[in-house]
Ligand binder design. Structure first.
Ligand code: TMP
Length: 215
């Protein structure tokens, strides 16, 4: 049986490390896992990602940003996610439609109904069965994100990392609001903890979900 699991969180929440651990564990458990991410996940969507994150594109309007996320998602769903789910794989995706509601909706202030309809066009029948939200105070997440950037790329922050603390707080509040709107789908995992403890917590949440047959 196929499952679609997404991982969400603010900058520096440790998503990318944790989703790698989760994929390794699920493979050891015998699942065919497709590990992917948004924006991106296939060559066309990766090109759109580069445009979206390029600090040189500071003139990009919120509407353009929203349409580009939707465009990247439509391609990613058609090329990677839907085929994987159709052949019975377990898809693990680093960010998906909830990120658009949190970032472009709650943080940028774009209309929720418009975002929901674009998400519907881009994702169609591919809706997450389970969403793991890594939650921590924004200040701690940004500290981690900036340390990572300094270590890997010198000092190049992307367009989103340059946003204000208030912006990132709206993202966090947006995610938490989404988790209250869809409590059966969301599991909120405290991420201000040791990576091993967060990994254990995530495995427990996924294991319980799979044992219940994905409900
Ligand atoms: P990442 O940090 O997970 O690599 O994601 C790149 C950035 O894209 C991150 O700042 C969040 C942002 N984003 C949106 O604003 N809307 C979206 O729909 C998605 C998928 C990501």
């Amino acid at each position: 049986m196929s499952f679609f699991i997404t991982l969400e969180g603010i900058e520096g929440s440790g998503k990318t490390t944790q989703i790698g651990f989760l994929a390794d564990w699920l493979r050891q458990e015998g699942h065919e896992v497709v590990l992917t991410r948004e924006p991106g996940g296939c060559p066309i969507a990766d090109n759109v990602r580069a445009i979206l994150l390029d600090p040189a594109n500071s003139a990009m309007t919120s509407g353009t940003e929203l349409l580009l996320y939707a465009a990247a998602r439509a391609q990613h769903v058609a090329e990677v996610i839907r085929p994987a789910l159709q052949r019975g794989a377990l898809v693990l995706c680093d960010r998906f439609t909830d990120a658009t509601v949190a970032y472009q909706g709650y943080a940028r202030g774009l209309d929720r109904a418009l975002i929901d309809s674009l998400n519907e066009v881009a994702a169609a029948d591919c809706r997450p069965d389970l969403t793991l939200l890594l939650d921590l105070p924004v200040e701690n997440g940004l500290d981690r994100a900036l340390e990572r950037i300094a270590a890997t790329t010198g000092d190049r922050e992307d367009r989103f990392e340059r946003e204000s603390l208030a912006f990132h707080n709206r993202v966090r509040e947006g995610y938490l609001a989404l988790s209250r709107q869809a409590p059966r789908r969301f599991r909120v995992i405290p991420a201000d903890a040791l990576a091993e403890d967060v990994a254990t917590h995530l495995r427990q949440a996924v294991s319980a979900f799979l044992q219940e047959g994905g409900s």
